[in-house]
Design a binder for this molecule. Sequence first.
Ligand SMILES: [Zn+2]
Ligand SMILES: [Zn+2]
Length: 200
Amino acid sequence: MNDTTILADALAFHGHKCWASTAGVRLGLAAMETLGASRAGAKQLHAIIETGDYHGGMCFGDGIQFTTGCTFGKGNIEKTGEGKFAVTLVDKAANRAVRVAYRPTLQPRIKATPFMQKRAAGVPPTEIPESEQMEVVSLVWDAPADEIMTVGPVQAREWREPEEVVRFFTCPGCGELVAEPYARVAEGKIVCTACSGYPR
Ligand SMILES: [Zn+2]
Ligand SMILES: [Zn+2]
């Protein structure tokens, strides 16, 4: 592939160099290419990733966020929590979606690299020499697409966007800015959830 700037920028955003973020970059780009979509500057796209919490390879999600522009900040990405490395990308305007899943054909080679051996021994990725980090990245980056991913069929997918509330208030308790739907009433005063003392 020759989108090396995208890869370098994605890895800089991610913070270290690893197979899972690289896989996320490749699958994210493939999903967009399949839909003929470009990166979401606003909320044109919605991504559903299948990674979970507290497991190896969650870095996949950063590759998806960086390439698709679907980010947790904008709220146009969600996680199903299945511990899998796949993304469904929805093009909202076109009402179309595609699921792209990582294929683990490279896993024995990835596992055998000095990088992964050290990771398995508990060494943080940032303390592993850059050349060893890049060896793993290159394995995933240079692999033919059909070896590392399965691109599903483009399918019709209706998208209904909930309306976004763009009103805020300043909580009289803590003086901080709060989105209106999160207001609580406590002892007759409109306050934030923390100041109300109510459970979230
Ligand atoms: Zn990573
Ligand atoms: Zn408050």
